[in-house]
Write a protein that binds this ligand. Structure first.
Ligand code: C5P
Length: 397
């Protein structure tokens, strides 16, 4: 980040105490940092602390006779290579979404031509409130980047989405963004692996998915700068570094983990082999082998991909179709019926490729186009798929 100019905006939220560490890490990585605070931010952290850590006088006033003599807000907007607002409160996002310019930070956010990134932080109910949801969707549509929030413990004692990303995660993202990359402005959510559907305390229904393709894709998107969250079913793979991993077991858990995070993502990739059915009843005790025949009644699981694609403000969606026959034809039908933007078709249970193997071949289908990717190692295949996705995603705007 040597010599890069990062304008850090701090708004009013308890996570403002983490902004000090963020500024410290940015400076340690070689960036020049100018801090701009809102009035509410100063209720949580003093400008003096931020001044000492950033090495610059912290700015707050829009109508500051000294700085505004030289059009201070425009000068700051031009100065920045990146504007990063961390934490970004619900109130700040609402003002930004409305296009207001009622303090220095909102004004320079309107005036800047540099990438503008928000790291939201607030109570989980505030994050889920329809007013916030609408504001977030508007901001994302305008090309404003949204990093986080993370899910977990909250200062108010509750649990859920609304935690600001940790300063080290934000630094990692800033580095990717400033380095460039096909997806440097993208927040991506991906599912991978199989799900397990319990029959009794010791048995489950599952499938042969190894998670290799999904994990390879998560890595390739991250290598192109995306901020990746991987929701994974049970697999025997290492969690990839630099990727936010959420481990789940059942289809219902996978759905919940996805729905909690999907509003903040730009792209959703459904690579998991989600069990289509689960046992209607889960036995509390281990089933004994007595009867000659045993029936287990199954019930349909929700289709996570179709549900995401049908959202009012849906992210760009990529699905997979693993088929044992006529993969391209069936995938095209799925693309249309699930309403997804793109789908990758592959043959499974063939001599090569597919589930459990290290190699695969895919045909990527989207509206008005298709591309065949020949048999290759899954890591290379993921790189090729990501390159192709960048073109389709850019066209979709
Ligand atoms: O309908 P089918 O299972 O063949 O569709 C496969 C695609 O849908 C994959 O992208 C898979 O991850 C996704 N899917 C899902 N939830 C389900 C079933 C499939 O997200 N319950």
């Amino acid at each position: 980040m040597n010599g890069k100019r990062v304008l850090v905006g701090v708004t009013g939220g308890i996570a403002a105490y983490k902004s000090v560490e963020l500024v410290r890490l940015l400076r340690r990585a070689g960036a020049e940092v100018q801090v701009v605070v809102t009035r509410a931010a100063t209720e949580f952290i003093t400008p003096m602390t931020l001044q000492a850590i950033s090495g610059r006088v912290v700015r707050q006033q829009l109508f500051d006779p000294v700085n505004e003599a030289a059009m201070g807000h425009i000068e700051l907007a031009r100065w920045a290579d990146l504007v990063l607002v961390a934490p970004a409160s619900a109130d700040f996002m609402a003002r930004l979404a409305a296009g207001m310019a009622d303090d220095l930070l909102t004004t320079l956010s309107l005036a800047t031509e540099a990438p503008l990134v928000l790291a939201p932080a607030m109570n989980r109910a505030m994050w889920r409130n329809p007013a916030t949801r609408e504001n977030v969707a508007r901001l994302i549509r305008r090309g404003i980047r949204m990093w986080g929030p993370a899910v977990g413990d909250q200062a108010c004692g509750e649990q859920g989405p609304g935690r600001m990303l940790e300063p080290a995660q934000l630094i990692d993202q800033v580095q990717r963004l400033l380095a460039g990359g096909l997806f440097s402005d993208v927040q991506l959510l991906i599912t991978a692996g199989p799900t397990r559907e319990a029959i009794d305390p010791v048995r489950f229904l599952s499938n042969r998915s190894s998670g290799k393709m999904g994990y390879a894709l998560a890595r390739s998107f991250a290598a192109q700068g995306a901020l990746v969250t991987l929701v994974s079913g049970p697999v025997s793979l290492q969690e990839p570094p630099g990727i936010n991993c959420v481990q789940v077991e059942t289809a219902l858990q996978m759905r919940a983990a996805v729905m909690e995070r999907v509003a903040a993502c730009n792209i959703f990739v459904a690579c998991a082999a989600v069990a289509d059915y689960r046992p209607l009843e889960v036995m509390a005790r281990k089933i004994k082998k007595q009867a000659q025949r045993l029936r287990i009644e199954l019930i349909r699981n929700p289709d996570i991909l179709a549900e995401v694609a049908a959202m009012d403000v849906a992210p760009f969606t990529l699905g997979f179709a693993a088929e044992t026959e006529r993969p391209v034809e069936q995938a095209e039908q799925k693309r249309i019926s699930k309403g997804v933007d793109a789908i990758a078709a592959n043959l499974v249970a063939a001599a090569e490729g597919g589930f459990e193997r290290d190699e695969n071949a895919l045909t990527l289908l989207w509206e008005g186009g298709r591309k065949q990717l020949p048999m290759m190692e899954k890591g290379l295949l993921a790189d090729e798929l990501v390159k192709q996705m960048a073109e389709i995603y850019a066209k979709k705007g």
